[in-house]
Ligand binder design. Structure first.
Ligand SMILES: Nc1ncnc2c1ncn2[C@@H]1O[C@H](COP(=O)(O)OP(=O)(O)OP(=O)(O)O)[C@@H](O)[C@H]1O
Length: 598
């Protein structure tokens, strides 16, 4: 944890201790406890909004679910605070999973509508299911909270609320700083790239929804114990909007932003009460003004300002680079790294983009795949990397069948790729991009991430050293701390290669890596590709640059109208009349292919 965050947590803890000592009356303390409850909701929602970039406008529904579950367990079954919280957390988590499901198909506005609908359904069920919820009359008689038989009188309940918010903020901070946070950010910026590196995007979204749901559910239980009475009108759509605003106003994806947002939006309406009729107007106008001046929220803008004042070094400490051992690690698996496709066919409706392609990429070779525009090269790449499901045929690496597996499964089994149009995680730094590449090699779990265990720290340290080594290999250590989107195009291509190599693939698939590069950059790329193959990683190279192909390829396979028309050594393929015909429409003289395509 950085020093500034540590100081932040200490100051926050000190504040939580000081408040009950300075509160002048019970009303003041109660209002602060309400803030602690809303803070918990905002911290959880920040995982969803800040990290995965998804928006939920149904948090009041989850808050209500937690409140009713807790209240019913306490009133009907005499459950204590711990049991009620566990019960509510489980119920909320289940609904969180259900809410994550639509994200497989819908995002943005559509997802927002789904979550709004969820909130409205919960509100209406609370009104209509009178036998369970008491209908519009609500549920009263919720007892004083107790924990393991001890009643939480005096400041006891305050202590529980304060400790929960502090620990939840710490856990969310640790999550953000872990493989899970990185993966969520990566998914929000380029899902296809994240999946190609072995990140299970669906699982990350479910995790984020569950985090937001569980915190809202537990906050609901706390609310019902604090209020000792709940009714449907407490959980309305405008509350969902307010919870989302807390995150955005405070600063999405920041550690303390949501807490600050919750504080402001709990106290602001209280202070604006004096304005009577103008209260709502003043509330809205103030929010608008703040968001206009601070589009990244208060903490986001503050963080950005501090970065500008004291910019971090763009590059890495030379000592760290030296210690990481600059260079390409040897291929991790002592296998042949051979890719074989048998009769691979992909149809789009009536169009056969790839037809019964048999390709064999031998272990450790550089295998170029060429063909005129529309020949089916990208379709081939997308089929073997799991983006498209083959209509027919099979493919595998080292005899391991990969047909029908999902993108992230194929990536984890040893196939890494770059993209024709680079797909970097633009907002992440150069180093972080490579760290996401090594994601699937990490073994530590969620508990390790939340608690920052020694195992997590060791694995992260090792991954960082490997990533630094790869940055040195592609010559990017001087840019390590820059956001990837600011890199010049040529360096972006290199970064994609380093990121793919971080997954320690058996087969590296380079989709037009020379496109847009200068001739000097292409020479450097050729040297890099040779080194990669020499380390034992097979390379499948999709390219139009004949010079590059001639310089590095051991074998060239030519596709035309989705069919393999030649596969041999470059010199042989270059003079193959079928290949020349495919490029020119009629047989032409020797040597013209290279001139025309270069
Ligand atoms: N998702 C898709 N839906 C429908 N048709 C597609 C799809 N993807 C590719 N095609 C078609 O399949 C054929 C092969 O396209 P593909 O992009 O694989 O060729 P390519 O060799 O990669 O071409 P280029 O060199 O221009 O990238 C083309 O006719 C293309 O229009």
């Amino acid at each position: 944890m950085s020093r500034s965050h540590l100081l932040g947590f200490l100051a926050f803890a000190a504040l939580l201790v000081a408040v009950p000592l300075t509160a002048e009356n019970e009303y003041e303390l109660r209002l602060f406890m309400l803030f602690l409850i809303y803070g918990l909701i905002a911290v959880g929602l920040n995982v969803l909004v800040g990290l995965t970039g998804l928006v939920s406008l149904g948090q009041a529904g989850l808050f209500a679910l937690g409140s009713y579950t807790g209240a019913i367990l306490a009133v009907r079954l005499g459950a204590d605070l711990v049991t009620a919280s566990i019960g509510a957390a489980v119920v909320a988590a289940l609904f969180g999973v259900a809410l994550a499901y639509p994200t497989v198909r819908v995002r943005g506005v559509y997802l927002a509508v789904v979550t709004i609908a969820f909130g409205i359904i919960v509100e209406n069920v609370a009104i209509e299911w009178t036998a369970l919820t008491g209908g519009t009359t609500g549920l009263s008689g919720i007892p004083t909270p107790s924990v393991f038989g001890y009643e939480l009188t005096g400041y006891g309940f305050y202590g529980v609320l304060a400790a929960t918010l502090l620990l939840a903020t710490l856990a969310a901070h640790n999550l953000t700083d872990s493989r899970y946070g990185r993966a969520m950010l990566a998914v929000s910026q380029s899902e296809i790239a994240a999946r190609s590196l072995g990140v299970n995007a669906t699982a990350m979204r479910i995790l984020a929804f569950v985090a937001a749901a569980v915190t809202a559910g537990v906050a609901g239980v706390f609310y019902s114990f604090l209020n000792q009475y709940i009714s449907p009108d407490i959980f309305t759509f405008s509350d969902s909007v307010r919870f989302l605003l807390m995150v955005i106003l405070g600063g999405a994806a920041t550690t303390f932003g949501p807490v600050l947002g919750a504080f402001v939006l709990t106290y602001l309406p209280e202070y604006l009460q004096d304005f009577q009729l103008w209260q709502k107007f003043a509330y809205g106008a103030l929010l608008l003004a703040v968001m206009f001046v601070l589009p990244r929220g208060v903490m986001g803008t503050l963080g950005l300002g501090l970065k500008r004042l004291r910019p971090a070094a763009r590059g890495l400490d030379p000592a760290e680079v030296a210690a990481a051992g600059a260079g390409l690690p040897a291929a991790s698996r002592a296998t042949t790294a051979e890719l074989v496709t048998q009769g691979l066919t992909v149809r789009f409706g009536g169009l056969t983009a790839l037809s019964h392609a048999n390709v064999r990429v031998k272990g450790g070779e550089v295998h170029a795949l060429i063909g005129p525009n529309g020949a089916g090269k990208s379709t081939f790449v997308n089929a073997i990397s799991g983006v498209y499901r083959p209509s027919e045929g099979a493919f595998g690496i080292d005899g391991e069948d990969l047909t029908g597996k999902s993108q992230h499964e194929i990536a984890r089994l040893g196939l890494a790729r770059t993209f024709q149009n680079t797909e970097l995680f633009g907002e992440l730094t150069v180093l972080e991009n490579v760290l996401v590449g090594g994601q699937s090699r990490l073994r530590y779990g969620l508990v390790d991430a939340l608690l920052r265990t020694p195992r997590r720290r060791r694995e992260e340290r090792e991954l960082r050293a490997a990533a630094v080594g790869l940055l040195a290999f592609v010559g990017l250590t001087d840019h390590a701390n820059e956001a990837a989107r600011y890199l010049p195009f040529g360096l972006q291509r290199r970064l994609e290669i380093a990121r793919a190599l971080a997954a320690r693939p058996r087969l590296l698939l380079l989709d037009e890596p020379a496109a847009g590069l200068t001739s000097q950059e292409i020479d450097e790329l050729a040297a890099m590709i040779r080194k990669i193959a020499a380390s034992g990683v097979s390379v499948l190279l999709i390219e139009h640059h004949v010079d590059l192909i001639m310089a590095v390829a051991d074998t060239v396979t030519v596709l035309d109208y989705g069919q393999v028309i030649a596969s041999d050594r470059p010199g042989v393929v270059q003079n193959d009349p079928r290949v020349i015909e495919a490029y020119f429409g009629s047989p032409v003289a020797h040597g013209e292919l290279s001139e025309a395509s270069a």
